[in-house]
Design a protein around this ligand. Structure first.
Ligand SMILES: O=P(O)(O)OC[C@@H](O)[C@@H](O)c1c[nH]c2ccccc12
Length: 401
């Protein structure tokens, strides 16, 4: 079994998420000292950050290290980890619960007992983002069975090198004087329904490239966006040169390996569903695999969190709330004002204005607010000719020719 485990400082009692081919769930809440003594540690990913480790172990080692003897003990540990994970997320202002809340397993006695007595266990998601996240958790578990991490790692080793996503955005910005365009290959969304009936992802991608897009974003979520990893692969193997963002709801490091194996050059990390520790870890893993990471925020609090995490080069401000679908492009402006804007300029981060950009005035508005890139789907994908759609969006032909 191979496990990637983000952990915090030594000695702390913390939830530990293990990614494993056979045991693809959270499996224990352990103190770091115990886990260190129980596992052989491989600190390749984290040579500069002692808080992150890759741990390899056998399941028997794991049971021993967690101090559990039976499967029912293990179930209790699993459940406890989920509870810790939720508590950590709540303490960071994250409202999205990563899994449906469940009752304590039979035989549980422990720190959550009293808190559970006071709280209600609501078992339906409170908004669409939470629904997607819950579904994704299960989907990823299933996908892992079919594509174990070890095999994926081999595929990644043999995959062609990635292309420079951030570099392409900077170059386009300098070349055109407009924000660099990430054009989205998007068939549908939960808020807008089907955007394009006759949807040919490769044709759209090629039209975007001819139209002057710097990079492309390819939705890979099947259930809610009618996308797919096969689109990502097809676009890449059709010879499209623009670097590709894999537009997914990442809740597990396995997905980063999978995206890389399927031809992505960049991945999306959504702050509304990931803790600071997870973002830090997933960023490092992405870098290790040669992928850029776009960290998406929607409000001041998430922007503050992103600014506190080291190593973020690309921040996306989504003008659409994924919880309520409310859209407002002044969100980009608001989040770039004041102290946050100052820090972003100081760190020379690239900010991407995301969603609901339809006209040259919209582009000018977010550019004035300070973005150097934009992420656009609906307004260009809906056009009969997406190449012309880009010229319409900018009010000018921005293609290279
Ligand atoms: O189609 P629009 O309004 O131009 O939006 C594109 C993109 O910003 C949007 O699809 C998006 C932004 N962040 C996301 C996260 C998940 C899924 C989709 C998204």
């Amino acid at each position: 079994m191979d496990a990637l485990v983000p952990v915090q400082s030594a000695g702390q009692r913390l939830p530990v998420r293990l990614v494993s081919a056979s045991l693809h769930r959270c499996i224990g809440s352990v103190s770091i000292r115990r886990s260190v003594s129980g596992f052989a540690m491989d600190t390749r990913i984290s040579s500069r950050a002692p808080s992150q480790f890759t741990i390899r172990s056998q399941q028997s080692d794991l049971k021993e290290s967690l101090g559990v003897a039976s499967s029912s003990d293990l179930r209790i540990k699993e459940w406890e980890v989920d509870m810790y994970q939720n508590e950590l997320a709540i303490s960071q202002g994250i409202r999205i619960r990563r899994k449906p809340p469940s009752k304590a397993p039979l035989g549980y006695t422990g720190p959550f007992e009293l808190r559970l007595l006071n709280g209600q266990v609501a078992d339906s998601p409170s908004n669409i983002l939470e629904e997607i996240t819950w579904f994704k958790d299960q989907e990823v578990s299933r996908m892992k069975e079919l594509n174990p991490l070890e095999a994926l790692k081999k595929a990644v080793e043999n995959a062609p090198p990635t292309r420079d996503f951030v570099g392409a955005l900077r170059t386009a910005h300098q070349r055109t004087g407009f924000p660099g365009l990430i054009a989205e290959v998007k068939k549908a969304s939960p808020s807008r329904g089907i955007l394009k009936e006759n949807f040919d992802p490769v044709e759209i991608a090629q039209a975007y490239e001819r139209g002057g897009a710097a990079c492309l974003s390819v939705l890979t979520d099947q259930k809610y966006f009618k996308g797919g990893f096969e689109n990502l692969e097809a676009i890449r193997s059709a010879g499209v040169k623009c670097p590709l963002l894999c537009k997914e709801f990442v809740v597990d490091p396995w997905q980063i390996y999978y995206a890389r194996a399927k031809g992505a050059d960049a991945v999306l990390l959504i702050a509304a569903i990931l803790t600071d520790l997870e973002i830090t870890y997933l960023l490092k893993l992405s870098k290790k695999l040669g992928l850029a990471a776009l960290v998406e925020v929607h409000d001041e609090r998430e922007m503050g969190r992103a600014l506190g995490i080291e190593g973020i080069e690309l921040v996306g401000i989504n003008n659409r709330s994924l919880e309520t679908f409310k859209v407002d492009i002044s969100n980009t402006k608001k989040l770039l004002e004041g102290e946050h804007g100052r820090q972003i300029r100081e760190k020379d981060m690239i900010v991407v204005g995301e969603s609901c950009l339809f006209t040259p005035d919209d582009i000018a508005y977010v550019q004035d607010a300070g973005v150097k890139a934009v992420l656009v789907g609906e307004s260009i994908v809906k056009q009969n000719d997406p190449e012309k759609g880009i010229a319409g969006l900018f009010g000018k032909n921005i293609s290279q020719t």
